[in-house]
Structures are given as C-alpha cells and as structure tokens.
Ligand binder design. Structure first.
Ligand code: SF4
Length: 517
C-alpha cells in the first residue's frame, strides 16, 4: 500500500528531447534534470546552422501565405491553443505550430519508502510546417500533414523518427488516422516518411526516453568527440570524465567497444595497459588490430609518452616519408552550405635556405572559387618535385574534384597523386600518443605548438567567412588566413616530429642492414 501520494509538475516530452535522446541519452536527461548553470552557450557554428535553416525555410515559403501562432516562448499550452485556432480556421500553411497531446497519468513507486508519485505527461511536437490537405478532421473536410525542413542532403533516420512523432501527436489533435509525414531536404526536395517502418522504432525510443526521465536515471558520461564537441553540456561532462579518468577519453574506445570492455572488468586505462593484446582478443572477441591498438594507446596514456606501433615495421611505409630541400604544407578551408572551397593555403618550406613562405589562394567571393583553384595549380606547378604534406584525406579528395570541375593540365593532375602525404594516416599507423583524439590541434598542441588565435577552429572559420560575405569586414578574412597558415605550420611541426620519431624507432627495431646502414 502506498504510504505517500503527491502530484508532480507535468513532464513535457518534446520532439527536441527525442532528437537529443537519439544522439546522446545523457543530453536528453540533462536538458530536463541537469543543473541549468552548468549548461554552456550554443556555439557560433550551431547558431549559423540555425540561421542557414531559417533562410532555407524563408526561400521555400517565399511565394506562400503562411500563418504563425503567437505565444510566449516555451509556453506549450498557449502555443497549442493558438495552433488549434489556426487549424480550426483551415489556414493552408502553418509555420512553427505546436501540437500537444496529454497522456494518461502515470503512477510509479519511488525508493525504498514506497512513496507513490503520479506524473502527468504531455507530448509536444513542433513541426516546421503544418500543411492543409483534403480529408477529414474534427474541424471539417480538411486535415493537416506535418513537414520538417532540413538542411541535410539525406533523410537521416533521426529526422524520420521525429516525423513519425509529429504524425502521431497530430493524429490525436485533429482526430483520424496517422498520416504520412514529409521531410523537405536541401538537395532531394520532398521525401515521404514510411510510417509502417519508422513508427515502431519511434514508439520504442519514446518509451525509453520517458522511462529515463520519469525514473531520473542519469546515463553515464561517455565522451565521443564527434558528437560531444558541439554539445552545450560538454564542459560539465568532460570535467566528470576527467575526474573519473573515464575510458571514453581513450581513442579507440567506442560506444560499442566500451560495454564489451566493461563486461570483462577492463574499464580502466591501467588494466588495459597491463593486458596482453592476444589474451584481450581471445577474451573479448575484439579484433587483433583493435586490441593491439587499445593496449598501445593505454600504455601511451599511463606512461605519458608516444608508443611505437611495431606492426608498422612490416607495412613497408617507414622508409618512404621524404625530407627534401623544398616541402609544401597544404590546408583547405571550405563552406559546406555553399558547396564552396574558398581557401587553399600552402606553406613553402625551403630547408636549404631555412626559409618559409605562406601563400593563401583565396576566393573573396563564391564566384572566385575557380580563380583560387588556378592560383593553386600555378603555385604547385612551380615546385614540381616537392612533396605535399596535409592532414586527413579531405585535401586530396577536394583537389581531385576541383580538377574535374575546372580542369587542369593532364600531366599536372597525374603527377600530384604520388606527391601527397597524409600525416594523419602516418601518425595513426605508426604511433600511439598520450592524447584524447588524433586531430591536428591535439597532436600539434601535445608537441608544444600553439595557434596564434586560440579561439580559431574549422567551424569558426566557416562562421567568419559567412560574416565576411555579409559585412565585407576584412578582419574576418585576416582571421581565416592566419588560422589556415597556423594549420599549415602545425602540419609542418607534426611532420618534423614524426620524421625524427620514426628514425629513432627504425634504428631501435630494425637490424642495421634493413635500417639503411
Ligand atoms: S557532452 Fe557528450 S556525453 Fe555529455 S551530454 Fe553532450 S553529447 Fe552527451
């Protein structure tokens, strides 16, 4: 029998929470139960994406008459009432409407003292558009279908799940069957979501989210750089991960590998560092390459020094990282939303004269992309024998694409491929470093290199270029060029360190004849 009974405020399960939950359970939890003071600012890049989406939406609707419900920010009840008012009138297109569906009250026991709590739950859906169609609803011979407008090029499953959520809440609001929702995508245009396939997945996720929120079951921190970097809770989560020395800080420990390691009581860097890779493979079923890399990576962390990956000795790559009188260091800046490559930065290093010179091939306007490309072709052609060092595959892929798009002398294109050296691939195939991620920034900083503008990064450069186009303030371009030059210098720094490190390792591990003596 219950010994206590009290009502809680409503739980609003919003579409935004459902999206957060799909990306990171913990993020959805913190949005509801986290300490608001620990929530950071939304960064400039995400604000820019929001602005890009708003413009894309405006373009789509420029010839339409749309109605928008007016209500105080986050007052879902008022928003839902204003939206129903517009739907009842049969307005053709409603932008930023609110759909609200109150769910039956939920009672559950809490804690050892058997206090019973009753929670009142409401689902809140905010589709970008509600479009009127012929059909039947509680208001007459019309109904609405939900549409989400996305900058994405493809219909990601997480967006389809949201569409299914909108559709189900809308069916409860307007009466009648659940109608198939739509996405409007940047390149593909209209996309109909297959409800039969997606609805069961949405219901499962929604139930899991609701259980987590009602039970206040806080998910464990797991730092995954690709998703955490832009998150407003990053500082708070990272502080916890560091205090706990959480295994997710170790490169190679992915969300799927972590539970496997945990199940075998290996969720600590020290234990992994003491493991034998073959035994680890036999125990956990993780691949040989994975266990070798995990053990080396843990040892690099524990001893705070680089660990040579001896398997590189058998790959045949150790002899071929060149040092030549002239070397080029290359880095590109692009604006993905404009499909634009606006800067090719090249640092020319003359080792004989001990001189360096930086050349930015810059498109000051989107229409100048081709001109910047030809400036790069001209520059690279001046040093036909120089190796070109870069970090990650993007530079090589982009050069191949631009050569196709704008053309280039046939012999020039053919001669480029063997001149490219991807230092990211070289570092990760030969060394485990005591760093949390193999980005240029973390590797170069570990080596003592510092960017002149500490706030600069790739996402920030995209924002700066956008502001340059809008304001024509040259400071934004100067900031971008400085950042790009520092990326090239950092690549140069990494290359010099790696050359020396590999020379030492070759001497230590190979017999004298094989080492070139
Ligand atoms: S920082 Fe990472 S773990 Fe923390 S809430 Fe954000 S995405 Fe989740």
């Amino acid at each position: 029998m219950p010994t206590g009974f009290y009502a809680e405020p409503n739980v609003f399960l919003t579409d935004q929470l459902l999206l957060n939950f799909q990306r990171c359970h913990r993020q959805a939890f913190l949005e509801v139960h986290g300490d608001a003071a620990a929530r950071g600012q939304v960064n400039d890049f995400l604000l820019k994406l929001g602005e890009d989406k708003r413009r894309f939406q405006q373009d789509l609707l420029k010839d339409q008459t749309v109605a928008r419900p007016s209500y105080p920010h986050h007052d879902w009840e008022a928003g839902a009432a204003a939206t129903i008012d517009l739907m009842r009138q049969g307005v053709p297109v409603i932008c930023n409407g609110v759909l609200l569906s109150h769910q039956p009250q939920r009672t559950q026991s809490q804690g050892p003292s058997q206090i019973f709590k009753t929670e009142s739950v409401a689902y809140v859906s905010t589709p970008d558009l509600l479009m009127r169609r012929p059909g039947v609803s509680v208001w007459g011979d019309w109904r609405y279908v939900p549409v989400d407008i996305k900058l994405s090029k493809r219909p990601k499953l997480e967006y389809q799940i949201l569409g299914a959520f909108h559709a189900q809440v809308l069916a409860e609001v307007q009466g009648g069957a659940v109608e198939e929702p739509w996405l409007y995508l940047r390149e593909k245009g209209w996309y109909t979501i297959d409800l039969e396939r997606v609805l069961p997945q949405m219901e499962e996720l929604r139930a899991a989210l609701l259980t987590m929120l009602l039970q206040k079951a806080e998910p464990e921190v797991f730092i995954a750089r690709n998703r955490c970097g832009m998150c407003v809770w990053f500082d708070a989560c990272y502080a916890i991960a560091q205090a706990e020395q959480h295994l997710s800080l170790l490169p190679g420990v992915t969300p799927t590998r972590y539970p496997v390691l945990k199940a075998y009581n290996l969720a600590s860097v020290e234990l992994l560092a003491q493991s034998d890779p073959s035994t680890l493979h036999a125990k956990t079923g993780l691949g040989h390459d994975v266990t070798r890399k995990l053990v080396s990576q843990s040892q690099a962390f524990v001893h705070q020094r680089p660990v040579f990956l001896t398997e590189a000795l058998h790959s045949g790559i150790l002899m071929s990282l060149p040092t030549t009188p002239i070397e080029l260091y290359f880095d590109i800046e692009a604006e993905p939303s404009l499909n634009l490559v606006y800067l090719h930065g090249v640092l020319v290093v003359d080792r004989v004269r001990n001189e360096q010179e930086f050349f930015p091939c810059l498109a000051k306007a989107p229409a100048d992309e081709e001109q910047a490309w030809w400036a790069l072709v001209d520059l690279l052609s001046r040093y036909p024998d120089a190796p070109i060092f870069h970090f990650c595959a993007y530079e090589v892929q982009t050069v191949a694409r631009l050569a196709q798009q704008y053309g280039a002398p046939h012999r020039f294109v053919e001669s480029l491929q063997p001149r490219f050296f991807d230092l990211h691939a070289w570092v990760t195939r030969t060394a485990a470093l005591p760093i949390e991620s193999y980005t240029l920034k973390l590797i170069a900083r570990w080596l003592g290199f510092e960017w002149r503008n500490a706030a600069a990064n790739g996402a920030q450069a995209i924002c700066w270029y956008s502001e340059w186009l809008e304001t024509q303030n040259p400071q934004f371009l100067e900031d971008i060029v400085l950042y790009n030059e520092d990326d090239c210098l950092a690549t140069y720094h990494v290359k010099d360190w790696l050359t020396q490190f590999l020379a030492e390792q070759v001497e230590r591990h190979l017999p004298p004849i094989a080492a070139g003596f």
